[in-house]
Design a protein around this ligand. Structure first.
Ligand SMILES: [Cu+2]
Length: 145
């Protein structure tokens, strides 16, 4: 009896391992300690437009979109939106999810007066977040008239 069950368990474990390995094979790993952050403006800052946002990155490098290079990616600025729930997909590209595929490390935004949130996501050459994902804290700023 035991001798018939054990091989099945072993086979099941091997299949799970194989499936997991495949799922992660097409995702780009990030190194331990990698960190993306917004240098300026500071969280809670009251600013006058246009707003220059400076991107910070530790432990990884910048590479333009489409260029596969270890431990690198390009910045994505999320404006007034949450980071996606499914981080295995490429980030959308729209007014709320801005890609900096040329490798830019800052941008200037024209924002309406009032509260806005900003968050950075580093993503790989295919615009997909790394494993584990490298995402900044979400900050809130107030744009004054
Ligand atoms: Cu992108």
């Amino acid at each position: 009896m035991k001798s018939r069950i054990l091989p099945r368990l072993a086979l099941g474990a091997a299949l799970v391992f194989a499936a997991t390995g495949t799922a992660f094979a097409d995702r780009t790993p990030s190194p331990a300690g990698a960190e993306v952050y917004i240098v300026s403006p500071k969280d809670g800052a009251k600013v006058k437009g246009p707003v220059t946002v400076v991107f910070g990155l530790k432990g990884m490098g910048i590479a333009p979109a489409g260029i596969k290079f270890d431990n690198s990616g390009h910045h994505h600025l999320l404006i007034d939106t949450d980071s996606p729930t499914d981080l295995s997909l490429p980030l959308p590209a729209d007014d709320h999810n801005v890609h900096f595929g040329k490798g830019q490390t800052e941008t200037t935004l024209t924002l309406s007066p009032g509260k806005h949130t900003l968050q950075l996501v580093l993503a790989d050459y295919l615009h997909t977040p790394h494993v584990p994902a490298v995402i900044s804290k979400k900050i809130t700023i107030v744009v004054e008239k």
